[in-house]
Ligand binder design. Structure first.
Ligand SMILES: [Zn+2]
Length: 137
């Protein structure tokens, strides 16, 4: 059985390696779909949606109305500090693929119950583009 919950957040970023428009500071209304696979417990739940929210919402809150900055992008980090603006430092280029892996890793390391056997994360950068990865728990 699979259950899923959707989360949304607004976030700025730029791709430092990009030769086109994506090297500029810009933002997206990101969406992620978190899917959990497992056997339902005796009450008929894979995991209470409330608990799904409790695990994932702090990660979303950290990114919401924030800038995601690649740690090697010192110029941008300095600018955000000067502006006293929120940012999240990560050690990767902030592509949808890397954000997907970042969330997958964070959620995987949260305490998921034993009946949950697989986790899938889809990160939508726009309405019609997404990156997806899954892992066993
Ligand atoms: Zn972008």
């Amino acid at each position: 059985m699979k259950i899923a919950k959707e989360f949304t957040w607004e976030m700025g970023h730029r791709l430092t390696f990009h030769k086109g428009k994506c090297k500029n500071l810009h933002g997206h209304s990101y969406k992620c779909m978190v899917e959990l696979t497992g056997e339902p417990d005796k009450n008929g739940m894979v995991l209470d949606y409330y608990d799904v929210k409790k695990i994932i919402e702090p990660l979303i809150d950290e990114m919401d109305h924030s800038f995601m900055v690649f740690s090697s992008d010192k110029e941008l980090m300095h600018a955000l500090q000067t502006l006293n603006s929120r940012y999240v430092v990560v050690d990767f280029e902030t592509t949808a693929e890397n954000i997907c892996l970042y969330l997958l890793d964070k959620i995987k390391s949260a305490k998921l119950p034993e009946n949950v056997s697989a986790l899938k994360v889809k990160v939508f950068e726009t309405e019609n583009t997404y990156a997806e990865e899954e892992t066993c728990i």
